[in-house]
Design a protein around this ligand. Structure first.
Ligand SMILES: [Cu+2]
Length: 466
């Protein structure tokens, strides 16, 4: 179990921020009455219970941000300080992680880094300078353990777009944001349902419903487009534990950014693979008039609701689905063919499963240890470049996430690459990959699998600065 710190009052948080020299707090203090500990918030996010009707009669009781799923789009300007007041009426100790932003640990929304927990009924003012530009997101970073109503199992997620300081060149006619999520999870013994997992495997989460956007496939408003439009889709997998593959029947995606960061080689693909927490910015040329299904390539997932209808102007009829050609997902397609620069140090990280047995819960280890014995995982020196040699020694897929830094994918399997900058990488079963990061954001840095259950069960570590 991860230990949670006592909550700070707002005044304590501000004092801490001031002591840490956080520019946001300092510059804001200049506009505030000296007696007032609390600058005004630019945004308020209230976490509270909500009943979501994702299809007629299909009501999901969950918790969400400001009553909607996804929560409100936070559109922030790169480099412009922001203050976000978070009110926790979720009914459990909670906090918000600003995923993909390079901000101080106390603001990052990860208790393991020292960010304060917000007790039920309490509130907290987050203040930071949004950077870098790109498609980021915000979500609960609370522990869920066996409670499938909490944290990333819930509706607590939303887009956070950091617009570039210099303005967006915007070579598109319209922008559509779509977040994927799975609902109604329950713990099951997979070996009871199908072949595959070894008999000593522990419980896994299976879901009964899914959404891409606000409602189940066929039950929401279609995305209405016109022939000839170039549409920018910002896509996010906000599922707690399921990787997804998406296709838009009759169309292809030109991938221009992954995890919000522009790729060196934009490439066009029929199928987009997004593991948990991953994002893709894609351009679709609307050049095939009709009424189409944009959804999961898995039939089961689509029938659970994972999809949305794209409808051209003056087109009618049943939405059409067409299975895309089978194609593997390969990050290196979007990279440069040459190798990245050599690191100062390489660190091997091996991921293994300790099967929980029928009815038990699996545990996870990094180099043989589980959180909190992985604190620290290793220590870095500011300014140096580190290569993480990731070895997934398990039959499960792991979306591995590094907080407060971007990393560069430098190898996938045996294939060297460079230039693809991400904050989450999907390691398929029994696979290896290498990622480099520069230790350029001092402070405790959480590293973990973004699969909620894997993180809660030990797949996490803390990188510390010397
Ligand atoms: Cu995992």
């Amino acid at each position: 179990m991860r230990s949670l710190e006592a909550p700070f009052t707002r005044r304590e948080l501000l004092l801490r921020l001031g002591a840490a020299g956080a520019t946001a707090a300092v510059s804001r203090a200049g506009h505030t009455q000296p007696a007032s500990p609390q600058p005004p918030a630019d945004h308020t996010i209230r976490i509270a219970p909500v009943s979501l009707e994702i299809a007629p009669g299909k009501v999901i009781k969950t918790t969400a941000y400001n009553g909607t799923v996804p929560g409100p789009v936070l559109r922030l300007k790169e480099g412009k300080p922001v203050a976000i007041n978070v009110v926790n009426d979720s009914g459990y100790p909670n906090l918000i992680h600003w995923h993909g932003l390079m901000i101080p640990p106390v603001q990052d929304g990860a208790a393991e880094e020292g960010s304060p927990i917000i007790e039920p009924g309490g509130s907290l003012l987050y203040m930071f300078i949004p950077k870098p530009a790109g498609t980021r997101w915000y979500h609960s970073h609370a522990m869920a353990m066996t409670d499938l109503g909490r944290s990333t199992y819930s509706g607590e997620f939303g887009f956070l777009i950091v617009d570039p300081a210099g303005g967006d060149p915007g070579r598109y006619d319209r922008e559509v944001m779509l977040a994927a999520h799975h609902w109604e999870g329950s713990w099951v013994s997979m070996q009871d349902m199908r072949k595959g997992p070894p008999p000593d495997n522990g419980l896994e989460v299976m879901y009964k419903a899914a959404t891409l956007g606000e409602r189940m496939l066929g039950h929401g408003e279609p995305i209405r487009v016109r022939h000839g439009q170039r549409v920018l889709f910002r896509l996010l997998n906000a599922s707690a534990s399921m990787g997804i593959s998406l296709a838009l029947a009759g169309h292809r995606f030109t991938v221009i950014a992954l995890d919000g960061n522009p790729v060196p080689t934009p490439a066009t693909v029929a199928v987009l693979r997004l593991d948990v927490a991953e994002r893709a910015d894609v351009i679709v040329e609307m050049n095939n008039p009709g009424v189409w299904v944009f959804g999961s390539t898995e039939d089961d997932d689509r029938s659970m609701g994972m999809g949305v209808v794209v409808e051209y102007e003056n087109q009618t009829g049943e939405p059409r689905w067409a299975p895309p050609p089978k194609a593997g997902w390969d990050y290196t397609v979007f990279g440069r063919g040459r190798s990245a620069s050599a690191p100062d140090e390489s660190i091997h990280l091996t991921f293994e499963k300790i099967p929980g047995g029928r009815g038990g819960y699996n545990r996870w280890t990094i180099n043989g240890k589980s959180w909190p014995d992985t604190n620290p995982l290793f220590t870095v020196q500011q300014g140096k470049r580190y290569r993480l040699m990731l070895d997934n020694h398990s039959g499960d897929e792991h979306p591995v996430h590094l907080h407060r830094h971007s990393f560069e994918i430098t190898k996938v399997g045996d294939k060297a690459t460079s230039g693809v900058m991400k904050d989450t990488i999907s390691l398929t079963r029994y696979s290896t990959a290498e990622v480099d990061f520069v230790a350029d954001d001092p402070g405790d840095t959480f590293f973990h699998c973004h699969h909620q259950d894997h993180m809660d069960e030990g797949f996490a570590g803390l990188i510390t600065y010397a």
